[in-house]
Structures are given as structure tokens and as C-alpha cells.
Write a protein that binds this ligand. Structure first.
Ligand SMILES: O=C(O)CCC(=O)C(=O)O
Length: 317
């Protein structure tokens, strides 16, 4: 076969793959479970086939569901200085003007942050408690007794404890841009709602990635933001596309991708499998806690790496 024909054949396979994978296994919408499954059942039905689901009645016994009012949080963690992501537009860790821009990580008393969320103090900027290095255990240890340090049936299913337990509280304008990671993610909503837009890993051929210079928002004296390059940092591969308003002239392949959307309500838990692309929004003041269990770097991971590598290579040609 001539080289050109071989390349066309590979392109054809990559374009057909997402549909074939969808027909074999992905749901049309995210299914609900009425109660947490046994560890074996969860592993067999959801983790191993890499399928998302929303689980009800998994966290209904958590004191946090009733206790985490503004008054309680002010009393328990109010004066404590915590890390808050601040941006001019709600996008932390996202592509902006040909840069991968990270938020200003402001250290501020938690109650000052709550004053902003509750609009007792006005600010033109967007604030989000979203530091992901296990900030629940590192910055808010006082709150762990109201939730759990791990999800016992998940720890048993995977034979390990979570790498991180994260606390999320932010404004409606705070958006997490489309990305994927290597965690089996149990995402629990305590109050408010989270809105997820998801793509299975098999949609990779339709999802654009580019390399970007990393940069960080810095607030100047007059309160305006400047974008400062992280000059010594390596370029970051990130998705430039906004799945809610995709630029199909620039990224025509995305027209063939089929996102799944779901809303996770207070008291519910989303199982977001490893390698799934996710874009996240929330109701104003939504509080959530999630558990990141590292994925197994098994053959599924290797197949995804192959898909990623082939997709990148044919784009270069
Ligand atoms: O809740 C969010 O804003 C983002 C969550 C997320 O991206 C994650 O847990 O990987």
C-alpha cells in the first residue's frame, strides 16, 4: 500500500473508533445506582469497564450534609488562612490568549472568602477554593470528621487508599476547563449542584490538544490582572476548546464527539472513571468533596496512550 493510502486508512480507523467504542459500551446518559455497591460489584460493573455512574445513598450518613452551613464553617475554619484560586474570568488552569494560565493562589482567611461568596463584600474577580493537593486533609483537617477519610468500599475494591481528598467551594462563575486525569474519582456533592460535561477516553481523536507556555495570573497594585510567564516551566499540553461553545471552524472533528452531561445533586456521588475528559461547573456556593484514587497503569492505560500517540501523529502529517 502506498504511504498516502496507509495514512488515509489510519485516519479512517481513528475517526471510526469513537463510534465503535460508544456502540460497544458507553451509555447514552449516566446511570444511577440506588445504593453503594459491594466492592466486588463496583469493580466488576464500573471500574473495570471504565463506566461512570451516579450513586445515591452513599453519603447520606455524613454529618457534613446537615452541618456545613455558612455559620458552622465560619465557626470551625473562619479565621484560618487558606489557599483560594483567584481569576479575572472564572477560568483557573485554562487556555487564554495562547497561554496555559493558572490562577493567582491567594492566601486569605476563609471567612473573607465566604464574605465574597455570600456577596457581603463585592469583588470583580472570581474566587474558588480548589487547591487539589488533598486540601481537605492539609488545609481543612477540622472538617474531616464530618465526612470520611476514604470511601471504604472503593478502598477495598481497589486495594488502596485515595492519593488525595479535595474540598471544593466556589462561585457560579468558576469553571474547570475540559481535561482528563489518571484518577478514579469519587465526586461527592454536599450542598448545591455540580454540572459535568464528559467525554469517554475513546473520543480522544475528536478532542484537540496543543502545547502552551504556562503562565500565572498576578494582581497588580491597581487590582488589574497581568499574565506572567513561568519562563523555566515546560510547555503544557491542554485542550483549547470550550465544549459549551466549540469553535467548529477551528476544530471540525469535535462536531463528531458526543458529550454526556449530568448534574450531581447534594447527597449524590459521581463515579468519574480515570481518563474521562471532564468540564465542570457549579451552582453558586456549591460545596463538594472528592476522592482521587490513582488508576491502575494497566493495559487500558497503554491502549489510551497508543490512541493518544496515533491521534497526535496523524495530526502532524
Ligand atoms: O469540581 C471541579 O471544579 C473540578 C473537579 C475536577 O476536575 C477533578 O476532580 O478532577
Amino acid at each position: 500500500m502506498a504511504e498516502g493510502a496507509a495514512l488515509r486508512a489510519v485516519r479512517g480507523c481513528l475517526a471510526a473508533f469513537p463510534r465503535e467504542a460508544r456502540e460497544l459500551g458507553w451509555p447514552e446518559s449516566i446511570p444511577y445506582l440506588d445504593r453503594p455497591p459491594s466492592p466486588l460489584e463496583f469493580y466488576r460493573e464500573w471500574v473495570s469497564p471504565n463506566k461512570p455512574c451516579i450513586i445515591r445513598n452513599a453519603i447520606s450518613h455524613w454529618p457534613a450534609l446537615k452541618k456545613w452551613t455558612s455559620a458552622y464553617l465560619r465557626e470551625v475554619v473562619g479565621p484560618k488562612v487558606v489557599s483560594v484560586a483567584v481569576t479575572p474570568n472564572g477560568y483557573a488552569d485554562a487556555v487564554f490568549q495562547d497561554r496555559f494560565v493558572m490562577p493567582e493562589e491567594r492566601q486569605m482567611p476563609f471567612m473573607d472568602f465566604l464574605d465574597i461568596v455570600e456577596k457581603k463584600v463585592t469583588s470583580p474577580n472570581v474566587f474558588y477554593v480548589q487547591k487539589q493537593c488533598s486540601n481537605l486533609t492539609e488545609e481543612f483537617p477540622e472538617l474531616i470528621c464530618d465526612v470520611q477519610p476514604d470511601i471504604p468500599w472503593m478502598s477495598e475494591a481497589l486495594g488502596k487508599k485515595p492519593d488525595a481528598v479535595n474540598f471544593w467551594l466556589g462561585e457560579a462563575a468558576a469553571v474547570t476547563s475540559l481535561h482528563k486525569d489518571h484518577y478514579e474519582n469519587l465526586y461527592c456533592v454536599i450542598s448545591g449542584e455540580k454540572h459535568f460535561l464528559l467525554h469517554p477516553p475513546s473520543d480522544r481523536p475528536f478532542i484537540p490538544y496543543e502545547l502552551y507556555q504556562p503562565a500565572t495570573y498576578h494582581v497588580s497594585e491597581d487590582g488589574s490582572f497581568e499574565i506572567v510567564d513561568e519562563k523555566t516551566a515546560e510547555k503544557v499540553p491542554w485542550i483549547p476548546l470550550d465544549p459549551l461553545n466549540p469553535d467548529l471552524e477551528l476544530y471540525p472533528e469535535y462536531a463528531q464527539a458526543k458529550p454526556l452531561q449530568c448534574t450531581v445533586k447534594a447527597g449524590e456521588m459521581l463515579y468519574l472513571p480515570s481518563l474521562w475528559f471532564h468540564h465542570v461547573q457549579q451552582s453558586h456556593g456549591c460545596i463538594a468533596v472528592n476522592y482521587w484514587y490513582d488508576m491502575e497503569y494497566d493495559i487500558k492505560y497503554s491502549y489510551y496512550q497508543l490512541l493518544d500517540c496515533l491521534t497526535k501523529t496523524v495530526k502532524m502529517l
